[in-house]
Design a protein around this ligand. Structure first.
Ligand code: SF4
Length: 297
């Protein structure tokens, strides 16, 4: 048996920066509030809470006057910044620069096309924090779709008028192949001069699909480590499963069934944009020790 940890896996830059900033602050003050989970990863949240981080919601803001709150990499709508200011809460803004740039792009495009009756369309997970932050840039005046079927339904209902201008954006962590499907569908139905399509999937995510698929296909069994809530994890895991049917999505070592691993397997370990290196290494270590074999992770 051989155990390989995907060298490309580990937290994306946005999440890594947010975690580093929070650790730095916690070292000095011992207490920090995070507006929503800093990362969709229970094990990492548990580690940070040991250092003094507490996850809170919007309803907690009035009671946090004078305290410090962190906005995570997903970003927030302008209304959140207003509330934070109103309630006298101090802020550490960890919005990922890539998300920040996307928010600005949407706001700018909206100011151009909305007066002419144009619409902003966002391909993303409805209700996801990043998507809420994006929709907030245009005071909620955007359509969100999570599939091609959603788009067809909006066209059928008349909410999207194919005779008007349309600007399409994607949440940063969506599957590039699914986004392409939506782009192609619209290109065939809206004249080029009325359709603006923005490639806003994060480069770290879009390149990850191909690299992960290659890694998954080179292993005989694969463990994909991510939190249950990670939408990026779900999408990337599905890519792995497509090329390697012996792929398992796990949160940690407790989800591993060792009887799934044969003595001559090449065991691959990888993860989502929210999975830390220490979690991947812990899984590799557990499998190596439990199966009692050599490994070169
Ligand atoms: S996936 Fe990309 S855009 Fe999203 S937080 Fe990470 S680095 Fe930023």
């Amino acid at each position: 048996m051989k155990v390989l940890v995907d060298p490309e896996s580990g937290c994306c830059n946005g999440v890594r920066m947010a975690i580093e900033k929070s650790e730095e602050f916690l070292k000095q003050s011992g207490s920090l509030y995070s507006l929503g989970a800093i990362v969709h990863n229970g094990a990492e949240i548990a580690r940070l809470s040991q250092l003094g981080m507490e996850t809170v919601g919007y309803e907690d803001l009035p009671s946090l006057s004078g305290k410090t709150i962190l906005i995570r990499a997903h970003g927030e709508p302008p209304s959140t910044y207003k509330m934070i200011e109103e309630f006298g809460v101090k802020l550490i803004d960890c919005t990922c620069p890539v998300v920040l740039a996307l928010q600005k792009k949407i706001a700018k495009k909206y100011s151009e096309i909305a007066p002419r009756g144009g619409k902003i369309l966002i391909f993303g997970k409805i209700g996801h924090a990043e998507v809420n932050g994006l929709v907030g840039q245009v005071a909620g005046d955007a359509c969100v779709i999570s599939s091609l079927d959603d788009l067809k339904a909006l066209i059928m209902s008349g909410e999207i008028d194919l005779d008007k201008e349309l600007a399409l954006f994607s949440q940063t962590t969506k599957d590039p192949a699914h986004y392409q499907e939506i782009c192609d569908y619209l290109r065939g139905r809206i004249p080029a001069e009325s359709l603006s399509i923005y490639n806003t999937i994060c480069a770290q995510v879009s390149s990850r699909h191909k690299k992960l698929e290659k890694f998954a296909s080179e292993c005989s069994v694969l463990y994909f480590v991510c939190g249950k809530e990670s939408s990026n994890g779900r999408v990337l895991y599905d890519s792995c499963k497509r090329v390697n049917p012996r792929s398992y999505k796990i949160e940690g070592v407790e989800d591993i069934n060792l009887s799934d691993i044969d003595d001559n397997d090449i065991v691959g370990i990888c993860g989502a944009a929210s999975t830390t290196r220490w979690q991947l290494e812990r899984v590799a270590d557990f499998i190596t020790r439990s199966k009692g074999d050599s490994s070169n992770y």
